[in-house]
Design a protein around this ligand. Structure first.
Ligand SMILES: NC(=O)C1=CN([C@@H]2O[C@H](COP(=O)(O)OP(=O)(O)OC[C@H]3O[C@@H](n4cnc5c(N)ncnc54)[C@H](OP(=O)(O)O)[C@@H]3O)[C@@H](O)[C@H]2O)C=CC1
Ligand SMILES: CC(C)=CCC[C@@H](C)[C@H]1CC=C2C3=C(CC[C@@]21C)[C@@]1(C)CC[C@H](O)C(C)(C)[C@@H]1CC3
Length: 430
C-alpha cells in the first residue's frame, strides 16, 4: 500500500467549502471588531451604520508596518525561548511510516518567562505598554493574518521538496486531494519541521495562546485606565477563568501531542490561521467587550458563573486526564476499577467513568467553560456570545470527524462501543 494515498473524502464540503471558510473566517474577526467598537455600538444600530463605518476605512486603519515587524519579533522571541529554555523530550504517536517524532516540552516555562517579562515591563514602563497592545488591536490582527497566510504558503510549497525515495514527505491523509487549494487549506504535510522544530505544535500552543493571555491583560489594563484604576468583578472573573484554561494548556502541554490536530490533520492555512488569528482574537472577545463596556454583575450571578466555569473546567480536565492515564497505564490505581472493551486493533476503549457517560464528554466540559466566559459579559449584547455558537459548531463537526476516524480504525468494535456508550457529547441528550 502506498504511504501517501489520494484523499477521497473531503471535509467542509470540499474545495468550494474551503474557499468559503477561508473568506468567512478571515472577515469574521474584523466584523466582530467593527460590530462592537464602543459601548453604544455593540452591535451597531443598523447594518447601514456598519457598512458606512466599513466604507470609511483606510489602509492605515487596518495595517501598520511597525506592528507587523513587532509581530514577527513576537514569534521570533517565542521560537528563541523554545531553543534556549531546557525541556524534556516526549515522543509523539507512531506515524504511518513507523516513525515517532520527538517534541521538546518547555511551553510552560516559556509562558512563565513571558509573564515575568510582562510584569517587569509593567513595573518599568507602566500601563502604556499594554494600552499600546489593546489600542492597536486591528493592526495586530492584520499582522497575525499576514504571518499565518505566508506561513501556510511556505509549508505548502515546502511539502513538495525533494527527498530520497526511501523517505518521502509524510502527507496528511486528508490533504492529498487533486485540488491544490483544498490541500493548501486543510494542510498537505502532516508534520512540517525545520530540523527538530515542529511548526504545527509550536503554532498550536505558543504565539496564539500566550498572545491571548497578553491581549486579555491589555484589555484588563484598558478597563482600569477607563475606570481610573479600578476593574470590575466581571473582568477579573473572565481573566481568571480564561487564565485557568491557558495555564492548563501548558501544564498538560504533552497531551496536545495526542490531539487530532497533531496526530491526523495536516498543517495548512486552517490551522495556521486558527492558531495565530482565531485563538487570540476570537477567544479574547469577552475581555475586549468588557474593556469597552464595564459590566456590573450581582454577587449571586458572579458566583453562579464561577461555579459553571469551574464545573466545565473540571469535566474537561478530569475526563482528558482519565483517558491519558488509562492509555498510558491501565493498571494505574486511579483508573483500575474502570470497565473497558478490547478491540481487534489492540487498543482498549473505556465504557465507564467519564468516557462511559458520553463519547466526548470532554467537549461538553470545554463548551460549558466557554459559556461561563460569555456569561461574564451579562446580557446587554449578543456579540460576546459569538464564541459559544462557533464553538458548538466546531465541536459537533469535530466529534463527527473523530467518529469517522474511530469507525474506520475499530470497525465493528466501534459499533459495539457506540451501543454501550450511546451519547455523543451530552449524556441523555445528544
Ligand atoms: N478550545 C478549543 O478551541 C478546542 C479545544 N479542543 C479540546 O481538545 C481536547 C482534545 O480533543 P480531540 O483531539 O478532539 O480528541 P479527544 O481528546 O476527545 O480524543 C479522541 C480520541 O480518543 C480515543 N478514544 C475515544 N473514545 C475513547 C474511549 N472510550 N476510551 C479510550 N480512548 C478513547 C480515540 O483515539 P484512539 O485512536 O487512540 O483510540 C479518539 O480518536 C478536547 O478536550 C477538546 O475539548 C479541541 C478543539 C478546539
Ligand atoms: C475554521 C476554523 C476557524 C478553524 C480553526 C480551528 C482552531 C481554532 C482550533 C482547532 C483545534 C484547536 C485546539 C485548540 C485551540 C483552537 C484550535 C487551534 C487548543 C490548543 C486550545 C487549548 C486546549 O487546552 C487544547 C490544547 C486542548 C486545544 C487543542 C485543539
Amino acid at each position: 500500500m502506498t504511504l501517501n494515498p489520494r484523499t477521497t473524502r473531503y471535509e467542509f464540503f470540499g474545495p468550494p467549502g474551503a474557499v468559503v471558510v477561508t473568506l468567512v473566517t478571515t472577515v469574521v474577526p474584523y466584523l466582530l471588531y467593527f460590530g462592537c467598537e464602543s459601548a453604544d455600538q455593540c452591535p451597531p444600530s443598523s447594518v447601514e451604520a456598519l457598512w458606512t463605518r466599513l466604507c470609511s476605512l483606510t489602509l492605515a486603519d487596518v495595517f501598520n508596518l511597525q506592528i507587523s515587524l513587532l509581530y514577527l519579533g513576537w514569534v521570533g522571541y517565542l521560537a528563541l525561548l523554545y531553543y534556549l529554555i531546557p525541556g524534556n523530550w516526549h515522543k509523539g504517536t507512531v506515524l504511518r511510516n513507523g516513525k515517532q517524532l520527538e517534541y521538546k516540552i518547555n511551553g510552560f516555562r516559556s509562558l512563565l518567562v513571558t509573564c515575568a517579562l510582562a510584569f517587569i515591563a509593567y513595573r518599568v514602563y507602566g500601563a502604556d505598554v499594554f494600552l499600546y497592545i489593546s489600542d492597536h488591536y486591528l493592526h495586530w490582527l492584520t499582522a497575525a493574518w499576514l504571518f499565518a497566510t505566508v506561513q501556510a504558503v511556505f509549508v505548502y510549497a515546502r511539502s513538495f521538496r525533494r527527498t530520497s525515495p526511501e523517505e518521502p514527505v509524510l502527507l496528511s491523509l486528508g490533504g492529498n486531494s487533486t485540488c491544490a487549494f483544498y490541500n493548501f487549506f486543510i494542510g498537505r504535510e502532516l508534520n512540517p519541521r525545520l530540523g527538530n522544530f515542529d511548526l504545527k505544535v509550536f503554532n498550536e500552543l505558543r504565539p496564539g495562546i500566550i498572545g491571548w493571555l497578553l491581549l486579555n491583560f491589555s484589555f484588563l489594563i484598558k478597563q482600569a485606565h477607563v475606570l481610573n484604576g479600578y476593574i470590575t468583578e466581571s473582568m477579573a472573573l473572565v481573566f481568571f477563568l480564561q487564565g485557568v484554561y491557558i495555564f492548563d494548556t501548558f501544564i498538560y502541554e504533552a497531551s496536545v501531542l495526542t490531539t487530532m490536530d497533531v496526530t491526523t490533520d495536516g498543517f495548512g492555512w486552517m490551522l495556521s490561521f486558527g492558531d495565530l488569528v482565531w485563538v487570540p482574537f476570537i477567544f479574547s472577545l469577552q475581555s475586549r467587550y468588557l474593556a469597552l463596556n464595564p459590566v456590573l454583575l450581582s454577587p449571586t450571578f458572579s458566583v453562579l458563573v464561577a461555579v459553571l466555569g469551574i464545573t466545565g473546567y473540571l469535566i474537561f480536565r478530569l475526563s482528558n486526564s482519565q483517558k491519558n492515564i488509562f492509555r498510558t497505564n491501565p493498571r494505574d490505581p486511579r483508573v483500575k476499577g474502570l470497565k473497558y472493551i478490547e478491540t481487534e486493533s489492540g487498543s482498549k476503549l473505556l465504557i465507564t467513568g467519564w468516557w462511559g457517560m458520553a463519547r466526548h464528554i470532554n467537549y461538553l466540559g470545554d463548551w460549558l467553560l466557554g459559556l461561563s466566559w460569555c456569561l461574564t459579559t451579562g446580557f446587554n449584547s449578543p456579540v460576546p456570545y459569538f464564541y459559544v455558537l462557533y464553538f458548538a459548531v466546531l465541536l459537533i463537526h469535530r466529534e463527527r470527524r473523530d467518529d469517522h476516524k474511530c469507525r474506520t480504525k475499530y470497525k465493528k468494535d466501534w459499533d459495539r462501543y457506540c451501543n454501550i456508550v450511546k451519547y455523543r457529547i451530552i449524556p441523555g441528550v445528544y
